[in-house]
Write a new protein. Structure first.
Length: 204
């Protein structure tokens, strides 16, 4: 799987996972499901491909499963469902930087990884809200509140069959209407269980 195809919404994955497990699970402690994932950001692999500074962090994550939590938390670290990268994997999106990161997270890191793009990964600053499709994967670019921004914040909503991302302009007090800013997709969520009611006629 290429780096680009891995750039999915980890938050959505967590939402779906929880909706099928923890939220619907028996609340008793022995049966309650837990979602464990690791997070990092701003890896900043250099434009020349130098990413050696990532090795200690990757090796530490690989060694975490089985390590006891602090006594106040209790238990041990479980194998993570995934590792979530919050953006800026590169100092600048050169081919060398992307290839280095790809090698580290597919060859050295032992767990699946999902990354979202930061401003350094897109080659600029103070990004505006837009939606892009690359190789069949949709990317929602979140807006920045920078000095020259469009004064927008993006709202994301996930249901069992729909994923929506739409910016709200808080200066003009309106939802965005530009098509290039809005994602509205039908998705395949958890299967719905149909319950058929059976009626029994009372004996005459």
């Amino acid at each position: 799987m290429t780096m680009c195809t891995r750039r999915l919404f980890a938050a959505v994955l967590g939402f779906v996972w929880l909706s099928q497990t923890a939220w619907g699970a028996d609340p008793t402690p022995q049966k309650q499901a837990a979602l464990t994932f690791f997070g990092w950001s701003d890896q900043h692999v250099q434009a020349d491909g130098n990413g050696e500074h990532l090795i200690p962090a990757i090796d530490a994550m690989n060694a975490l499963p089985g390590r006891p939590y602090p006594e106040a938390i209790g238990g041990v670290v479980e194998k993570p469902a995934f590792v979530f990268g919050a953006g800026d994997i590169s100092e600048w999106p050169s081919r060398a930087a992307m290839d280095t990161y790809e090698q580290f997270v597919t060859k050295r890191l032992k767990f699946p990884t999902y990354d979202i793009a930061g401003n350094h990964d897109l080659g600029g600053h103070y990004h505006k809200a837009t939606v892009h499709n690359f190789r069949g994967v949709n990317f929602v670019q979140l807006p920045s509140p920078g000095p020259k921004s469009a004064n927008e914040s993006t709202v994301l909503r996930v249901t069992s069959d729909r994923l929506v991302a739409i910016p709200f302009n808080y200066k003009e007090n309106r939802w965005a209407s530009e098509k290039q800013k809005i994602l509205d997709l039908q998705i395949k969520g958890p299967a719905k269980t149909q319950v058929q009611e059976q009626t029994t006629e009372s004996p005459k």
